[in-house]
Ligand binder design. Structure first.
Ligand SMILES: NC(=O)c1ccc[n+]([C@@H]2O[C@H](COP(=O)([O-])OP(=O)(O)OC[C@H]3O[C@@H](n4cnc5c(N)ncnc54)[C@H](O)[C@@H]3O)[C@@H](O)[C@H]2O)c1
Length: 264
């Protein structure tokens, strides 16, 4: 059995998931890194292994219940334990409004963001319970779960559902000492946001202006918060969503210009 603590991370080939891999490794954990993009994942993991890190790559489409079960069984076979799950894999889905959505496409974001997270929670929690491990689960919500948005609206719905999932899983699993929380990133510099908002200077600036700190967020800053929630430092915290959004959801953009002017 691994002497190190072991974390399973989904969506680990890039972005916030990959930043999570690096953070947990830095803190001395072993990492089971999983992603649907096998080639990209293998390349990143090979670099980390060459640097001497304890990390293993597993191909996993989180929407595939059976594959999830098999991957978790493989992780247990290799490491003998699992201490945390970082449920990071996510997609935005398609950009249509309520009047125009395609019923086939609208479910994609929910399949990955909600059901994928739930499947992994079941697989990993069964290991926690069987091995009497007081494990931790960190889901990934989003700032857009806190308000209505134009697009992609199915994404917002799926992330609101992740908030419900976090509360429900914390409720069901608390009696085993298993903690379930989430991080809710704001605009973070990853491919997901770079493709749309970050690569357009006007949108990039608009996103900055809406946050209290007037800036974008680094993937490593989300990973640090996720690590905190998974670590023993957060031993009394369960069922919460931790916004890591540079204050984006703390106020409305308009409120930055007060009706009464700034107070002294
Ligand atoms: N970047 C942001 O601004 C932002 C804001 C709020 C929330 N988030 C959330 O953060 C998480 C990470 O996103 P990111 O910004 O790093 O995006 P990203 O697109 O860079 O990374 C997402 C990763 O998930 C993987 N993935 C997608 N579908 C999968 C599936 N079915 N099975 C397994 N892996 C799959 C991708 O291959 C990719 O490696 C997501 O849940 C996302 O919704 C991101």
């Amino acid at each position: 059995m691994s002497e190190k603590k072991v974390v399973v991370i989904t969506g680990a080939a890039q972005g916030i998931g990959l930043a999570g891999v690096k953070k947990f490794l830095k803190e001395g954990w072993a990492v089971a890194a999983t992603d649907i993009k096998k080639k990209e994942l293998d390349e990143e993991v090979a670099k980390l292994v060459a640097e001497g890190h304890d990390v293993t790559a597993y191909e996993l489409d989180v929407t595939n219940y059976k594959q999830g079960q098999e991957v978790i069984a493989e992780v247990v076979k290799k490491y003998g334990r699992i201490d945390a799950l970082f449920n990071d894999a996510g997609i935005t889905g398609h950009r249509k409004n309520i009047l125009n959505f395609d019923p086939e496409l609208i479910k994609q974001a929910e399949d990955v963001n909600l059901w994928g997270s739930l499947y992994l929670i079941q697989h990993v929690s069964r290991v926690f319970v069987e091995k009497k491990i007081k494990g931790a689960i960190v889901n990934v919500s989003s700032f857009v779960a806190s308000f209505a948005e134009w697009s992609p609206f199915g994404y917002g719905i799926s992330k609101s559902s992740v908030d419900g999932l976090t509360r429900t899983a914390a409720f069901h699993l608390g009696k085993y000492g298993i903690r379930v929380n989430s991080v809710a990133p704001g605009y973070t510099k990853t491919e997901m946001a770079i493709k749309y908002d970050y690569s357009d200077p006007k949108l990039r600036k608009a996103a900055e202006d809406k946050s209290l700190l007037n800036r974008w967020i680094e993937p490593s800053e989300i990973a640090a918060a996720a690590y905190f929630l998974a670590s023993d430092e957060a031993s009394a915290i369960t069922g919460v969503k931790l916004p890591v959004d540079a204050g984006y959801t703390t106020t409305k953009e308009d409120n930055k210009v007060s009706l009464y002017g700034e107070t002294e």
